[in-house]
Design a protein around this ligand. Sequence first.
Ligand code: WT7
Length: 652
Amino acid sequence: MSSENSKNFSEESIFKPAKAFSKNARISSMAQYKRMYQESIDKPGVFWAKEAKELSWQKKWTKALDWKAPYAKWFVGGKLNVCESCVDQHLTNGRANKAAIIWEGEPGESRTLTYRQLHREVCQFANVLLAQGIKPKDRVMIYMPMTPEAVIAMLACARIGAVHSVIFGGFSADSIVDRLEDCQAKAIITSDGGYRRGGVVPLKANVDEALKKYKSLETVIVHQRIGSASCPVKMKRGRDLWWHEEAAKASPQHEAKAFDSEHPLFILYTSGSTGKPKGILHTCGGYLTGTYATCKYIFDMQDDDVYWCTADVGWITGHSYITYGPLANGVTQVMYEGAPNFPDFGRFWDIVEKYQVSIFYTAPTAIRAFIKAGDQFPEARDLSSLRLLGTVGEPINPEAWRWYHEKIGGERCPIVDTWWQTETGAIMISPLPGCTPTQPGTATLPFFGVDAAILDETGQECKANEGGKLVIRKPWPSMLRTIYGDKKRYRDTYWNDYPGIYTAGDGARTDKKGNFWITGRLDDVLNVSGHRLGTAEVESALVGHKVVAESAVVGCPHEIKGQGVVAFVTLKAGIKTSDALAKELRNHVGKVIGAIAKPDEIYFAPALPKTRSGKIMRRLLKELVEKGTISGNVTTLEDAQVITDLQRQIKK
Ligand code: WT7
């Protein structure tokens, strides 16, 4: 959001972890970090092999890394079942009766699953999937609320070698269709509905609507979260099955077969600069090693911690830091179904107090919403169980950082600002809580094995405080392996700027101490509430409406969301503009993509600013919404009157 503001931050605002924290932390001094970091960069294979060895493997690998840029294979020849590291191993290491997931539903009910119970549920559901003929590498879509069953479904897929693709429950039926078509899914696991802000999200009904368009799907398994009275569903005979009925017929025993380290684990769709989302493919051995090690060192997970990540399993944060990383570490975690402000803004802090949460991981956008709601909410709860805080999704603005530090962390908890992406699979740049001096707005230093740098257009490394492109120069275990079904897009998107080097798509700079300051996306991708949204996706949703001739979408600064969505729309001839039409178009985008994509502002433009060759000049529109005027060169503009017209509208 506003790392700009942080440039002049003085030395006093540097926070050093307290001795009491460092003493028990895994990495307790900068000297230790620097030594381990250097070793991990000099010999990445040695560093990562040591981490991987702490997981369960049925067959050891012969080679840590096989790198033929841009294709990596990690732990070549190794065989494992991801589920064994996340669940089975804890049955024999003393954690069998330890709480794995403490779940709270939005209406207030609570349920705890021990590792032994989780194992039983996962095995049983794996048998349900097998009974439906799901085979290794088959794609299975998951569209569920935040319930333990979502995690169980993911783990059951992993257990039988099927490839899950989770779709965030806030996405629309149309978004489901696109993703189903792209990955050619064989089955969907869903729920009748989920609770959100007191209402019910009709997930199964959305699936039904999607399946009117995607007909080749064989099986829908429906978990009953709500119950028939408040959420009636139609079950199609021969296609739709109830989770509980099938589970009742299935054995709770299942032997985990080993899969190749490079066997696909999941596909997760994320936005890019075209209208078509990218199916990011992750594989087993490397991904698990990356998520495991980052949880261990960055969240400093200890056996008596109660960890809570507030993300949804529909995003990468939920995959890496709810399902895989924390469970591989055998930690106890809290999972919450609903909205942070239901019934009011005290809900998160009630949960922290009730379950004595010690590690808390959330997004800057949530923190800003809490600040706005008022200090009385956290102040009325006992938050003394917290020992470590984290953020993810966007740069954290200094005001939010300081509030989080004081009001939530009681000035004693280190804050880890973690930079990473769907593509990186695991955290890449972050403080280590027991040693790294932190400062509002910087994600600080690269994690072990991560060779991060800032390069200029010519491929030279930028000097301190010089802005450039954030890149990763060496492969890392949890990196994406490809874009599902589109190798060319994989190479073009990430590996085209500099040979053999991964381009993240973010602008950044380092300061004199080597801290990384991320300034935001360099492509046409917005960051709305910590979620990626392609401007092209919103544009294509808009032109899909019958009255729209053309549209251009840009981001604008937004107090809570970080970035908001502004759409410029040219209507077809003869169509009259109105507030009602603007509202209809907003809802249309919500219906095509999902509520997060709804434009905050729609401007009707008689024409869009274009170059003489007909290219929309988004740069000008961006400047207009940010500053209300245009300063730069507009000589390439085909019709300058267009800008004057828009300017007048925006002022209003
Ligand atoms: C993009 C990735 C990683 C899980 C959540 C989002 C931005 C993420 C930070 C941070 C500054 C950040 C980047 C990145 N981003 N974390 N700590 N500081 N920017 O995952 O949807 O794949 O988005 O989010 O722009 O490229 P994603």
